[in-house]
Design a protein around this ligand. Structure first.
Ligand code: BGC
Length: 486
């Protein structure tokens, strides 16, 4: 955690001397609690690795599966999209489960589903079995993509909360990169069963890891298990004063059971935070990220890369840039704040997409044009990875009030998967209806709109406790002012 432990500067939200002392002392400094914090962070973030692996591996495996089972386009679409359907259901179900069973047990269940789903897909004897297995994996991905950021946001000291949740996004990108690499391996050995089944191994690691995780102190408090919450906090913060400072934040909302629909119906403030989470997740997908993730080889084909091998290697570079640029978010999210990073990211993404659109319009002929096309795509990826990728997950887990957190995050996670499906399903038709160049220019425009939405509606949450964000929301403050301390 050393790299992410940052000092609160004078422009911080935490301005008064008294508060900044508390804030600074809240970052665990004892080596044992730092190690424990790092372990908690990595284990929960492993959920992201499995998410990424399952997203990335299918594009490489599909041609071989199609050949093996002699599948038409429709059956192939089902094999790809069954995971997303499962993920949407899993995300919604996890909202309820993680409240009833707790965040840790939800993660344990997701890990078991990952193991079963991976083995089942590796051994699938028919396309129907494969669809069933992918549905199950989808449930696991959906549960994990809901629970992991939520859990991380609840155990993280607020000064490093952004970095800790970004670790989850980092793991997603590592998973995607590993899947892209395995797709290359697969193109040589042609063994799709092994490629799908082997994901059971990291899933088993994940299971062992989450079994060793503590329950979320905030969830324990809500279940009236204060002594256990204190014990967890004592492991996370070596200093008793810091433990007390965290416990002092407990307000009435922390000790009341979670509400969902009922709160949504009766409370317009909650409707605002749910709507913001939904909008953020829609815009994350409208950046066009998964167009690149799912169709990168096709985009490289448009950019003049003739052989399948060239396209796959270029795709690996996309995966690599995705990982490397995520470190930028980890390093700066708690230092510069959420909004400046989002503005920069939206601008970079828009420039990348726009440049690609213009190049395709002009016709990518010759090495220089090819290099520019790849550079534009990589610029876009870097922009996403340093901003909208991690930041949207961070913000969605921060903006919901205590009373409706599980419901609010479940809804935004569900929308992430639905929007993901919609974008993936419309890309090829967009290419053929509005044209290649215009498609990318359209995404550029959507990224500019995203930046404008951030300006008007997104709060700066850096260094602000979840309780303060929640009380500001419920007091009727404007969304963009939720992070203000007074
Ligand atoms: C998004 C995924 C995307 C991934 C790429 C995540 O934040 O939610 O849809 O595939 O980033 O790194």
């Amino acid at each position: 955690m050393d790299a992410v432990v940052v000092k609160i500067d004078s422009k911080s939200n935490l301005e008064t001397p008294q508060m900044s002392t508390i804030a600074d002392s809240n970052v665990p400094t004892h080596p044992r609690s730092k190690r424990f914090g790092l372990f908690v962070c990595l284990m929960a973030a492993l959920a992201g690795l499995l998410f990424g692996l399952d997203i990335g591996v299918i594009s490489g495996a599909l041609p071989f599966i199609a050949k093996h089972f002699v599948l038409n386009d429709r059956a192939q679409e089902w094999i790809v999209s069954s995971m997303m359907v499962g993920a949407a259901i899993g995300a919604l179900g996890a909202g309820w489960l993680s409240w009833r069973l707790g965040r840790r047990h939800s993660l344990v269940l997701a890990a078991v589903l990952f193991i079963v789903g991976s083995l089942w897909s590796g051994f699938a004897g028919s396309p129907e079995h494969l669809i069933g297995a992918r549905l199950l994996l989808g449930l696991a991905v959906g549960m994990a993509s809901f629970t992991a950021p939520l859990y991380l946001s609840e155990v993280a000291p607020r000064q490093v909360r952004g970095a800790m949740i970004s670790t989850y996004q980092l793991m997603i990108t590592v998973g995607i990169l590993a899947a892209f690499l395995s797709n290359i391996g697969l193109s040589y050995v042609a063994d799709w069963r092994w490629m799908l089944g082997v994901i059971a191994i990291p899933a088993a690691f994940f299971l062992v890891g989450v079994l060793a995780l503590p329950d979320s102190p905030r969830w324990l408090l809500q279940r009236n298990r204060g002594a256990e919450a204190r014990a967890v906090l004592q492991r996370l913060y070596a200093n008793p004063a810091d433990v007390q400072a965290e416990l002092d934040q407990v307000n009435e909302d922390n000790t009341r059971p979670q509400q969902g629909w009922s709160l949504l119906r009766k409370n317009s403030n909650f409707r605002r935070s749910v709507a913001l989470g939904v909008v953020l997740q829609i815009f994350q997908q409208l950046t066009g990220i998964n167009v690149v993730m799912y169709y990168a080889p096709r985009i490289f084909e448009l950019a003049g890369f003739a052989t399948h091998e060239q396209q796959l290697w270029a795709t690996v570079i996309v995966g690599l840039v995705n990982v490397v640029a995520t470190f930028g978010a980890i390093a700066f999210v708690d230092r510069w704040g959420r909004k400046p990073i989002l503005y920069a990211g939206c601008a970079v993404m828009a420039v990348g997409m726009c440049a690609l659109g213009f190049l395709l319009h002009a016709g990518v002929a010759g090495l220089t044009a090819q290099v520019f096309a790849v550079a534009s795509l990589l610029l876009f990826i870097a922009g996403f990875a340093m901003s909208a990728g991690p930041l949207v997950w961070i913000l969605c887990s921060e903006i919901q009030p205590q009373l409706g957190r599980d419901f609010g995050i479940a809804v935004s996670t569900l929308v992430n998967w639905v929007a993901n499906m919609a974008v993936a399903a419309t890309f090829l038709s967009l290419l053929s209806t509005v044209g290649e160049a215009n498609t990318f220019v359209l995404y550029a425009i959507l990224n500019v709109i995203f930046g404008i939405v951030v300006f008007f509606y997104v709060p700066e949450t850096r260094g602000v406790s979840l309780e303060k964000l929640g009380s500001n929301l419920m007091a009727g403050k404007r969304l963009r002012d939720l992070g203000k301390l007074n």
